[in-house]
Design a protein around this ligand. Structure first.
Ligand SMILES: NC(=O)c1ccc[n+]([C@@H]2O[C@H](COP(=O)([O-])OP(=O)(O)OC[C@H]3O[C@@H](n4cnc5c(N)ncnc54)[C@H](OP(=O)(O)O)[C@@H]3O)[C@@H](O)[C@H]2O)c1
Length: 266
């Protein structure tokens, strides 16, 4: 790929993205602008990318613009950016909760607008990214953006009405999984295992279980039945989880995160 890519923002997700898809994009093709220049300079030193002095310079020199500022900053940034963006450019926003029609509204002549929701495991090549686009975007461009993010794990097209759900599931989900892994390990520590070994066993177990679900066409319940033999240890553990409403607790967590995402969007 030899198109010029401009990142707007230099926060944690941009750093993750530079590691994950920077080699595919080509670091020599990447420019970053950030309100606080020092953060952009730090990324430039780490990855060998360029820094733009202002949004006009970034917009005029780049074919694709990746918007990665906090949602509350989007309005201010787009107002400053809009006069400099040509309509043949591509704008990919990863700002949580900011809809494509709202983004479009800032431009007298809108570029091609897409939205993505990446997640932290992109940093280790096992990301899950949701992609959607404004109706004016061609299927070919949509596929080009999807396949770019698939380099860092998986990427799927998801209707924009489901983006708050995606934010809760794959965006917040890693934090829920960290909690689960920590709890599994705590249970092992309670039973005498050293903490380091407990984290290794817990994390590898969750990774393995996830791999089986992705690779097989079996329902998670069927897979649970394979592990849980009659009157066995697993069934005793499952009984305890069910008694404590484990499934409801997890469903409530996803539901609460999705509600919060909808709240933040207004
Ligand atoms: N982290 C994730 O896993 C993740 C996943 C999916 C989507 N996202 C989205 O990615 C975006 C950035 O998140 P992050 O995790 O990278 O956050 P972060 O590390 O806190 O970085 C925030 C970025 O927003 C900029 N910013 C904040 N207020 C601004 C303003 N008033 N004007 C201009 N720039 C401003 C910051 O610039 P300064 O350096 O000048 O403060 C910085 O570049 C958010 O919209 C978030 O919803 C993040």
């Amino acid at each position: 790929m030899d198109r010029r890519i401009g990142f707007i923002g230099a926060g944690r997700i941009v750093e993750v993205m530079l590691k994950a898809i920077g080699p595919t994009l080509g670091f020599a093709n990447i420019v970053v602008w950030n309100r606080t220049r020092a953060r952009a300079d730090k990324l430039a030193a780490e990855f060998g990318i360029k820094v733009a002095d202002n949004l006009a310079e970034l917009a005029e020199g780049c074919d694709w613009l990746l918007l990665a500022v906090k949602p509350h900053a989007v309005a201010e940034v787009l107002q400053a950016l809009a006069p400099h963006v040509h309509e043949d450019r591509v704008l990919v926003s990863m700002a949580a909760g900011v809809r494509t029609d709202k983004i479009k509204g800032y431009f007298p002549k809108p570029p091609r607008i897409l939205r993505i929701m990446p997640n932290l495991p992109m940093s280790v090549g096992i990301g899950m990214t949701a992609v959607c686009a404004d109706a004016a975007v061609s299927p070919a461009l949509l596929e080009e953006v999807r396949s770019l993010f698939a380099v860092a794990g998986r990427a799927s097209l998801v209707e924009e009405r489901l983006f708050d759900t995606v934010t809760a599931l794959s965006g917040s989900g890693p934090a829920f999984a960290f909690l689960f892994i920590e709890s599994l390990a705590d249970g092992a520590v309670l039973n005498g295992m050293g903490r380091e070994l407990a984290y290794e066993f817990a994390a590898q177990t969750v990774l393995g279980a996830a791999r089986i679900i992705l690779d097989s066409d079996k329902h998670p319940g069927e897979l649970k039945d394979i592990v849980a033999s009659p009157a066995g240890t697993t069934m005793a553990g499952i009984h305890s989880l069910e008694r404590n409403a484990f499934r409801s607790i997890v469903m409530d967590a996803v539901d609460a995160a999705a509600k919060r995402s909808r709240e933040l969007a207004h």
